[in-house]
Ligand binder design. Sequence first.
Ligand SMILES: NC(=O)c1ccc[n+]([C@@H]2O[C@H](COP(=O)([O-])OP(=O)(O)OC[C@H]3O[C@@H](n4cnc5c(N)ncnc54)[C@H](O)[C@@H]3O)[C@@H](O)[C@H]2O)c1
Length: 255
Amino acid sequence: MAEYTHYSSLRDRSVFITGGATGIGASLVEAFAAQGCRVAFVDIAEREGLALAADLEKRFGTTVAFSPCDVTKIDQLRGAIRTLSQVVGDITVLINNVANDTRYDSTKLSEATWYESLAVNLHPAFFSAQEVQPHMARQGGGAIINFSSINAMVGPAKLASYNTAKAAILGLSKSLARDFGPDNIRVNTIVPGWVATERQLKRWLTPEVEKKWLQNSCLNRRILPEDVAKLALFLASDDARMITSQKFIIDGGRI
Ligand SMILES: NC(=O)c1ccc[n+]([C@@H]2O[C@H](COP(=O)([O-])OP(=O)(O)OC[C@H]3O[C@@H](n4cnc5c(N)ncnc54)[C@H](O)[C@@H]3O)[C@@H](O)[C@H]2O)c1
């Protein structure tokens, strides 16, 4: 397991994470469980989600609650937040991590596929924030962390709908930081570069591609999921109490 800095302000906090069963999401779930938070998470990957929750509960002795959920169905997402918050309490940390970066040829991308892509990469971030806003307001504040990508700035091929959603996330975070700020709710965005998750390594981050990526980076090493989770811990903690409406690029100096 990665070594995480301990933030005493995170102990016993109730955290909700979308897409937490695998990849960066699984590192987020682990990192917050390791702080002693009560963590709730959703994913469509049911087997992985159940296994992760059981493993972390055993290792950290804290509540880690998983519910299978397709976040493109906003009713399901709202329902999962309601059900899981019965288990972990009012949510005061929300991490909108879920995404799907399937590649499409822009000359052939259908209307249905375009909307499906936005339905997973953009819409849940708004509706989950709207759903937890009353929780955070009655608890005296909270932290929302959204996920963009440097792809929104670089614009790599075959990712038009994903890149568009990731650019929109930056505007969404700024807007919600303004709208929710009076209730002491902070909203920030993490903007990762290429993170070496299993899915990326299996599908796109081949040794040749990685070599090229590193040649264009300042640091000659991989970004790991736990590097991203560590930034999320800081942003969620009270150490970041005056940080809101900002974006944080974690890309080894690629941009
Ligand atoms: N990995 C990278 O290189 C990278 C780079 C930049 C930004 N990001 C961003 O970081 C975040 C996490 O990235 P990742 O690489 O771990 O993502 P991923 O695609 O590997 O994992 C996302 C998780 O979401 C789940 N999921 C997908 N569709 C779902 C749905 N409809 N309902 C519920 N769950 C669903 C998947 O099962 C998976 O567990 C994303 O927002 C991504 O855009 C990642």
